[in-house]
Write a protein of this length. Structure first.
Length: 364
């Protein structure tokens, strides 16, 4: 096993575990109930996946799916749900907290200069760390929740970059996937922050749960790599059907369209339309992003129509030339034409023309 592959696999999963533990710690601090520390047990799944990956895959990734990303979602999403549902009304003041942290650091530097002993320095380091943690605890809940959302999405992109890739995906495909993830993460963060910050939405727990459910559903695209990989075609009977041939040629494009319509822009458009149409909630940003979702959905449908028409034209053109429409497709048209010629030859041999068969009888 390569050293860099092992290091990347372990460091990335360690970052996932630390971030999920921070989320659990924040939930226990907000709820003030130690029982929420049980959420930390979800990280055992990630530890189990790490051991299995190191043993059977030598630390490398799988084809089309990333179990580490999926298990990281399982570990962190429940904490974010609880924080969003709680959503305290604590006053946010960043300047007093920053002043207190600076004062603590200054006191630490003065005490370290006055005391040159190693034990005293270690003691003051521990005390400063405790003060720093206490200062972090005084930051308002909304700032903490937004920071967890932001670091969560950034860690998804960075973690997918650091995770060792498998033999089925190239670095060119990985770069395309990461660029897609950056835009997707920005849209998801905007959707969650823009809709959940509306005051009328915060008063309706059904809306909060619905928005969080759509937000969780949109996260399921991160463990998948189908948007940049083509499904291999095999010369089988099932591959001779038109839908299979279409998926054979345009698998990555179709998956990208499906993600946009059914996982991201489509559900986001439905939620925002319900907010404006049924609950009469209007603001400038909500209208703008609703129009953006409409435009993206329309363009994706237009792209699907272009792909379908292009595929249909290719099938018609190649069927006229008796050539297969897909590299994995056997030459059915050529085989069919050859079969017809062989049948006609057999009929000609078995049943000769009537005029020629009557000539010997007349001579006789």
């Amino acid at each position: 096993m390569e050293l860099m592959v092992l290091l990347n696999a372990l460091v990335t999963r360690l970052l996932f575990v630390l971030h999920s533990l921070i989320g659990v710690w924040r939930v226990t601090t907000v709820k003030k109930e130690p029982k929420y520390w049980l959420l930390a047990l979800l990280n055992l799944l990630l530890c189990l996946e790490t051991g299995l990956t190191l043993k059977f895959k030598q630390g490398r990734g799988y084809k089309w799916f990333s179990p580490a990303i999926f298990l990281y979602l399982i570990c962190i999403v429940p904490s974010l749900w609880l924080l969003e549902i709680h959503h305290g009304t604590q006053y946010c003041g960043n300047e007093p907290g920053a002043v207190q942290v600076n004062v603590s650091n200054q006191d630490f530097n003065q005490s370290r200069e006055s005391n040159h002993g190693s034990e005293g320095t270690d003691h003051h380091i521990i005390q400063t760390a405790k003060v720093f943690v206490n200062q972090l605890s005084t930051i308002c809940e909304t700032v903490w929740t937004l920071a967890l959302h932001q670091t969560f999405l950034l860690l998804l992109v960075v973690g997918r970059w650091l995770l060792p890739i498998g033999v089925e995906i190239t670095r060119d495909q990985l770069s395309q996937l990461l660029l897609m993830f950056v835009g997707t993460a920005a849209d998801i963060l905007e959707f969650a922050s823009e809709t959940l910050d509306i005051e009328d939405v915060r008063k309706n727990y059904v809306l909060i749960n619905a928005i969080l459910a759509v937000w969780t559903w949109s996260m399921l695209q991160f463990p998948l790599d189908l948007a940049v990989q083509h499904i291999g075609c095999k010369a089988s009977a099932s591959a001779r059907r038109i839908p299979s041939l279409l998926l054979c040629r345009y698998s990555a494009e179709l998956w990208n369209i499906g993600v946009s319509l059914f996982i991201q822009d489509g559900p986001f458009f439905i939620v925002r339309s319900i907010l404006m149409g049924h609950f009469r909630i209007f603001n400038q940003m909500l209208v703008f992003f609703t129009a953006k979702n409409i435009l993206v959905v329309t363009l994706q449908l237009y792209r699907l129509a272009v792909i379908t028409l292009d595929f249909r034209a290719t099938v018609v053109q190649k069927s006229r030339k008796e050539v297969c429409c897909c590299p994995c497709e056997p030459y059915e048209a050529h085989a069919h034409a050859t079969g017809l010629q062989e049948n006609e030859m057999k009929e000609f041999v078995a049943f000769p023309p009537k005029e020629e068969s009557q000539v010997p009888s007349e001579d006789h």
